[in-house]
Design a protein around this ligand. Structure first.
Ligand code: PAF
Length: 281
């Protein structure tokens, strides 16, 4: 498996694979790989002839007081994991390669980026859509793979691809969880042992809310109160948002009449974690 750092190098590889008639699957990541990323790579390898993974901690999607500087960077270990699963090439550009000093162009999806995570992380999705469009232009994949854990990110990227007529299939893969339910995330490495235990309140409250709906509860207020109380009882947890929204428009709903996305962001100590569940009714 090759690791390339320049746009010219990855373009040359893509060109030769295309000339050989190969289909290209793409897994964009910020590295610090875990089983969630690996599940995306596996799916890409299964569905395509050639799989490219990008590893790039994208500065434009981090706010000024966020964790860009301390975000874990482990290219060597990541390369080993990617090679083991069968990724063909890693594209790991520098910040300068992606955003030279003269850089001035941004891609923004309106509306659905202003709710949920967009409210507390203004500019975050603009950074995501900008870097993902650049990566799509560079790699020109047939299919690209994203995790359902970032439910809003997937919707935003699908909207961008549709609105900008990008000829790429966006494939969403299920959330991968630890044995006890914690959604896998590169940011889990920030958690102390006690915080790791406290973080279970996210998935536990989501699963219980799901049970309430499957047992017939339709009043979102009651469900949201239940989740809020459960999380408030965990003193290491501080709620950013807990929302029940339409699975496509992300508009808040008050009474469940169709499938619903329950999404939340909660700070455990200094670490902001997100999780979600889609309940089909
Ligand atoms: O989900 C992520 O890891 C990032 O937001 C992405 C899609 C790689 C863009 O930097």
């Amino acid at each position: 498996m090759r690791v390339v750092e320049t746009i010219n190098d990855i373009r040359a590889i893509v060109k030769s694979q295309r000339a050989a008639g190969k289909s290209i699957g793409f897994v964009p990541t910020m590295g610090c790989l875990h089983e969630g990323h690996i599940s995306l790579a596996r799916e890409s390898i299964r569905e395509n002839d050639f799989t490219i993974m990008s590893i790039f901690v994208n500065p434009t999607q981090f706010g000024v007081n966020e964790d860009f500087d301390k975000y874990p960077r482990r290219l060597e270990e990541d390369s080993r994991m990617a090679e083991e699963v069968g990724v063909d090439v890693i594209f790991a550009p520098s910040v300068k390669e992606m955003y030279p000093g003269s850089y001035k162009t941004f891609v923004n999806v309106e509306g659905i980026t202003e709710v949920l995570c967009g409210k507390s992380r203004p500019g975050h999705f603009r950074g995501v859509t900008t870097v993902v469009s650049k990566l799509f232009n560079i790699v020109q994949p047939d299919k690209a793979y994203f995790g359902q854990k970032d439910a809003q990110q997937v919707l935003v990227i699908k909207k961008m691809v549709k609105d900008l007529d990008m000829n790429i299939d966006i494939i969403t893969c299920p959330i991968v969880r630890e044995h006890d339910g914690l959604a896998m995330s590169s940011r889990n490495v920030y958690l102390s042992g006690e915080e790791r235990k406290a973080a279970l309140v996210l998935s536990k409250s989501l699963f219980e809310a799901e049970k309430m709906i499957l047992n017939g509860e339709r009043d979102c207020k009651k469900i949201l109160n239940y989740i809020n109380e459960k999380i408030a009882a965990e003193n290491r947890a501080q709620v950013d948002y807990i929302s029940m929204v339409d699975v496509e428009s992300l508009e808040e709903i008050s009474e469940i009449q169709r499938n619903v996305l329950i999404a939340l962001a909660v700070k455990i100590g200094g670490t902001r974690l997100i999780d979600n569940v889609i309940v089909e009714v």
